[in-house]
Design a protein around this ligand. Structure first.
Ligand SMILES: [Zn+2]
Ligand SMILES: [Zn+2]
Length: 359
């Protein structure tokens, strides 16, 4: 089946919570960055109304409204959950994350643990906002890479804060190892856990060393960590059907996380050929006679890793194409990581969702 790739960012804030720009202005920034869709996720408020296509100069972007929900009475305020497609206010369920997931499922909505690992930054008085309720079940997935959370982790001293505020690309390295380990632990147990990556844009002005500056404006962040989705048919321009198609690709894990700043990640492929045909990332396949995994990156990756249940099975260097045959009956959650050498260091570039091979 031919797939149609769209690029989306699905975590950002407006003045309805603690962001700076409203939907129309954010939509324009998204169009300029070449995004096809965004989901606005204000804290604990579902903003009814602005879901539609924004168009300008022959371009368009689909703007959807989700929500980032957490219990505001909790101290510290951990357990942030991104909810997509509920079309209703669910913040009332915040005190019990399992009830929140169940309520979202009841509305056919998707739930992702936002910035599952989010260490404190005492220098700027930011508390640890990690996910802690790991016994919750039935959620859709994890936000494995949150750009602003990674930046927060770099603010370990004032010189570092200034250095990375002005040149964040020197600091940004990839998803936290502890987040990837948690994800692998869950998928190795047989759970299907969809990975996404986002900006968490606020557009906030910071005052650093006597300078006032919007350090991470929306247009910049939309060129960094995005989620690329593979749709079974292209966007038509009709809001309701395009929204359904996008959320269904997301629910199926037909997506990968791409850090588009060092080099575009559009065009990445990860497929499995098995006895019943071809499957793509996010799919589940049975392995009776062996499965052939094929990987293709849009440019040669400095390091390409094939992981199975969190362990590296194979590694290639400076290649854009790779193949691996999984012997018959062998199961596992297989995923791909591509890393690029950029600004003097190896940096995470592409993180695929797993292909789940059942023995
Ligand atoms: Zn959050
Ligand atoms: Zn947020």
């Amino acid at each position: 089946m031919p797939f149609h790739e769209i690029v989306a960012n699905m975590h950002m804030h407006t003045p309805y919570s603690d962001g700076e720009w409203y939907h129309a202005q954010i939509a324009e920034a998204a169009m300029r960055a070449g995004l096809d869709a965004i989901i606005v996720t204000d804290h604990n408020v579902w903003v009814q109304g602005p879901e539609h296509y924004y168009e300008k100069d022959g371009q368009r972007v689909l703007v959807l409204v989700g929500e980032e929900i957490h219990d505001q009475m909790r101290d510290p305020q951990k357990n942030h959950m991104l909810v997509y497609g509920a079309d209703a206010e669910l913040a009332g369920h915040a005190p019990d994350p399992q009830k929140l997931v169940d309520a979202a499922r009841g509305r056919h909505a998707l739930t992702f643990f936002a910035h599952p690992s989010d260490p404190e930054a005492p220098l700027v008085h930011e508390p640890d906002l990690s996910w802690v309720s790991w016994d919750v079940r039935g959620f859709t997935g994890l936000e494995i890479w949150n750009y602003m959370t990674e930046f927060k982790s770099l603010v370990t001293s004032w010189p570092n804060a200034v250095r990375y505020a002005f040149n964040p690309e020197r600091g940004i390295r990839g998803p936290f190892p502890q987040t990837l380990a948690k994800w692998d632990e869950l998928t190795a147990q047989g759970l299907r856990v969809v990975a996404i990556g986002n900006a968490d844009a606020h557009g906030t002005e910071y005052h650093l060393a006597g300078l006032t500056r919007t350090i991470f404006p929306y247009p910049f962040l939309f060129r960094c960590v995005n989620t690329h989705l593979l749709l079974d048919s292209p966007f038509t321009g009709e809001v309701e059907s395009d929204k359904r198609r996008m959320l269904s690709a997301l629910a199926s894990g037909h997506c990968f996380v791409g850090y588009d700043y060092p080099a575009p990640t559009r065009g990445f492929k990860f497929t499995a050929n098995f006895e019943k045909g071809q499957a793509v990332l996010g799919d589940e396949v049975t392995n009776k006679r062996g499965v052939t995994l094929q990987i293709g990156t849009p440019a040669p990756a400095t390091v390409l890793r094939l992981m199975c249940n969190g362990q590296e099975v194979k590694r290639w260097e400076n290649q854009a194409n790779a193949t691996h045959i999984v012997p018959e009956r062998q199961p596992g959650a297989f995923r791909v990581e591509a890393h690029l050498h950029y600004q003097g260091q190896l940096r995470g570039w592409i993180f695929s969702n797993p292909i789940y091979i059942r023995g």
